[in-house]
Ligand binder design. Structure first.
Ligand SMILES: Nc1nc2c(c(=O)[nH]1)N[C@H]1C(S)=C(S)[C@@H](COP(=O)(O)O)O[C@H]1N2
Ligand SMILES: [Mo]
Length: 172
């Protein structure tokens, strides 16, 4: 009489713990509702459309955001950029590679070591000075390194990784 409810309680506990673990580790990304602005493919553990992770604006805004105040070789004066941290995107998709291939609308692509996103607060800027980056402003996503905070980033190789009009990331 006493043991049975205990067993039931234990079973309920186990199921609850299982569901909690599932919700943080294995439930797939939500499905985008708005226009898809970023597709992440390759070595990803989290998918929502086929074997890829697709993000709309709201999903990107739901990731850890960061503001970077810096000059760049492509802008006049000090700019205030904001958007998701590169590492937050890679975490959200369960990226497991060494490098990513960042691909732009014009088919320009650059290989970026994932360590850059770990060592620096690199963002995929969605806004500059509070305004959404349109395609004509080199949006919708622009890889922005914190140049003013880390002058060693003022380097031709890093400039080549500063892809604008980003549409796709392939985890290699
Ligand atoms: N979308 C896109 N991003 C890009 C490029 C490009 O052609 N398209 N060129 C890259 C390279 S190789 C460098 S050095 C810098 C070039 O900036 P610049 O054209 O102002 O010299 O942007 C990088 N980002
Ligand atoms: Mo370049």
């Amino acid at each position: 009489m006493i043991r049975r409810p205990m067993v039931v309680k234990f079973a309920v506990f186990i199921v609850a713990v299982g569901l909690a673990l599932l919700s943080t580790h294995t439930i797939a990304l939500e499905v985008p509702e708005g226009p898809v602005i970023l597709v992440v493919s390759g070595k990803v553990g989290q998918t929502n459309v086929g074997d890829e992770a697709h993000f709309d604006k709201a999903m990107l805004e739901g990731l850890a955001q960061h503001e970077t105040i810096t000059r760049t070789p492509w802008h006049d004066g000090v700019m205030r950029f904001s958007g998701p941290l590169g590492r937050a995107i890679l975490e959200a998709v369960g990226a497991e590679g060494e490098n990513i291939r960042v691909v732009a609308l014009n088919e320009y692509a650059a290989t970026v070591p994932i360590s850059d996103f770990e060592n620096y607060d690199v963002i995929l800027a969605m806004q500059a000075n509070g305004k959404a980056l349109r395609i004509r402003d080199q949006g919708p996503l622009f890889v922005i390194y914190p140049f003013d905070q880390h002058p060693e980033l003022l380097d031709e190789e890093i400039f080549s990784r500063s892809v604008w009009q980003v549409t796709r990331i392939d985890v290699e």
